[in-house]
Design a protein around this ligand. Structure first.
Ligand code: DHB
Ligand code: FE
Length: 279
């Protein structure tokens, strides 16, 4: 059977893609962020997951404001990417696993989640930057990726609780898939940030650390937060934390935090990087 071997959370901001393009990982500004990744690379190398289920958000590339699914799941054989305006390079097409995607989609609909199933889907920096961070030099051709896209661009957005439950249902779907596959789940985006308006540049370290702590010890407590709580405490783009809640829902075993780091700011964002083993 397939099983979830762990979860990894990371920021997805486009300037990470720029830093990689310009080889700035060791500079004073970027080193406190990039220093977390050699340990993650070593873990991926050791554990050798076959599939990555990636909770991410689309910032206007595939879904614009005219059509905005609350939850969209990729069911394509590969995913093309494009830059929706930040000037970051594209990366080679990302391999998918349509059969596994359909298994997950069937289970989600049976579990009463109204998803949009995408047999074609372009992915933006919300997914490509984490791919570059996890598999440097685009060394992900051995991986199959299942994109799980959550709406955090246009209200109404799904609550942290709803996304946690979506993640749980995805965890159940993975556990019931009849193929011997190791799955890593990624929670991308966050933590606190606000890109425009009166509070532009707002970062709340205390709240970010609270979320990282409760994510492991008491996710039900985080499930009580509303989207507006996330905005009030984490800035207008703070709701990106729902991707972490999706990841956490899929981690349904005994958890062991192998790495947990917080650094702020990178660009306008508080960056939380966690590596969590699921046994
Ligand atoms: C930034 C953060 C984001 O989540 C994003 O999608 C784009 C930019 C930033 O902090 O620069
Ligand atoms: Fe974002």
């Amino acid at each position: 059977m397939a099983r979830v071997i762990g979860g990894i959370s990371t920021s997805h901001i486009p300037s990470i893609g720029k830093a990689i393009e310009n080889n700035l990982q060791e500079t004073e500004y970027w080193q406190p962020f990039f220093k977390n990744f050699p340990g993650i690379h070593a873990w991926l190398e050791q554990e050798k997951p076959d599939v990555a289920v990636v909770f991410y958000n689309d910032h206007g590339l595939e879904f614009f404001l005219d059509k905005k699914p609350t939850f969209a799941i990729g069911a394509a054989a590969s995913y093309m990417n494009a830059d929706e305006g930040w000037g970051i390079p594209t990366i080679p097409a990302i391999p998918g696993d349509p059969e596994f995607s359909w298994h997950i989609c069937n289970h989600l609909v049976e579990s009463e989640f109204d998803i949009t199933i995408c047999q074609e889907m372009k992915v933006d920096h919300g997914l490509t930057v984490p791919m570059q961070l996890m598999w440097p030099n685009n060394s992900y051709s051995h991986m199959k990726v299942i994109p799980v896209c959550l709406n955090v661009e246009q209200h109404p957005m799904p609550s942290p609780k709803r996304c946690y439950n979506l993640g749980k249902a995805i965890g159940e779907a993975i556990d019931s898939y009849d193929k011997d596959l190791k799955v890593v789940v990624l929670g991308t985006g966050g933590l606190s940030h606000q890109l425009d308006g009166e509070r532009a540049g707002y970062i709340n370290k205390e709240f970010d650390l609270y979320c990282m702590d409760k994510l492991i010890s008491d996710p039900d407590e985080l499930s009580k937060l509303t989207i507006h709580d996330l905005i009030a405490n984490g800035g207008a783009q703070g709701p990106e934390f729902i991707m972490w809640m999706g990841m956490r829902g899929a981690l349904n075993g005994e958890l062991n935090v192998l790495q947990s780091d917080y650094h702020a700011p990178i660009s306008n964002t508080g960056a939380g990087t966690m590596l969590i083993e699921n046994k």
